[in-house]
Design a protein around this ligand. Structure first.
Ligand SMILES: Nc1nc2c(ncn2[C@@H]2O[C@H](COP(=O)(O)OP(=O)(O)O)[C@@H](O)[C@H]2O)c(=O)[nH]1
Ligand SMILES: [Mg+2]
Length: 196
């Protein structure tokens, strides 16, 4: 039976291993965050197995390895439920690149997504890390926001400008295998601030 206690125990074990294996400074490490149900696990299925997977909610952080060209990347999906969100910040220090995934078709949860995203964008300790925002589920054509509307509802204008190419927004459908490749390529090429 899943409980918060077993979840915390698993996370502590995983986190210790994560630090040990990444040595805290793996420039090919990507941290994948976002609300639950945004499509994070579906993205890791695409990247690691090249297929559409259906997975239960992610109970604890999971690290996956995959290749883009000749570069091996490690992507850690921390989960998006309330308890997991408390850990995002801790994992961020061990990761150098970030993906924040949003269900662009879930208008009801947009304020919640905006709140969590702005916490990251306004965190001075994190401003070295390139951040890719994926607006997912654009195949839900009746409800999905356009790129401009998503930008407006997430209050991103301040962050998405020429002077701050640290942040990029891409609209995508993981289900249809569309729209995220350019964003990922940008993410892995973008130097982290300390490398500039
Ligand atoms: N329509 C649509 N559904 C998607 C897409 N990507 C993921 N989903 C669905 O969204 C639900 C949550 O996905 P999941 O990857 O488990 O979300 P997570 O909680 O962020 O890991 C699942 O039912 C997925 O099949 C997409 O691009 N389009
Ligand atoms: Mg998941």
């Amino acid at each position: 039976m899943w409980s918060v206690l077993t979840w915390i125990r698993d996370v502590v074990a995983e986190y210790t291993w994560f630090w040990w294996s990444s040595n805290g400074s793996n420039s090919n490490a990507i941290l994948l965050v976002g609300l639950d149900d945004a499509g994070k696990t579906t993205l890791t299925g695409r990247l690691t197995q090249n297929r559409l997977i259906q997975a239960p909610p992610t109970p604890k952080p999971v690290k996956h390895e995959f290749k883009i060209g000749s570069t091996t990347l490690a992507i850690t999906d921390v989960g998006g439920h309330q308890q997991a969100r408390r850990l995002w910040r801790d994992y961020m220090f061990a990761s150098t690149r970030l993906i924040f995934m949003i269900d662009a078709s879930n208008r009801q949860r947009m304020p919640e997504a905006r709140y969590e995203l702005l916490q990251i964008l306004n965190d001075d300790d994190m401003n070295f890390a390139p951040l890719l925002i994926l607006g997912n589920k654009i195949d839900n054509v009746d409800t999905a926001y356009s790129e401009n509307d998503l930008r407006y509802h997430l209050q991103l204008d301040k962050y998405l400008n020429e002077e701050n190419p640290r942040v990029k927004l891409c609209m995508c459908s993981i289900k249809r295998n569309e729209g995220f490749t350019d964003g990922l390529q940008w993410l892995i090429k973008r130097p982290i601030k300390s490398e500039n």
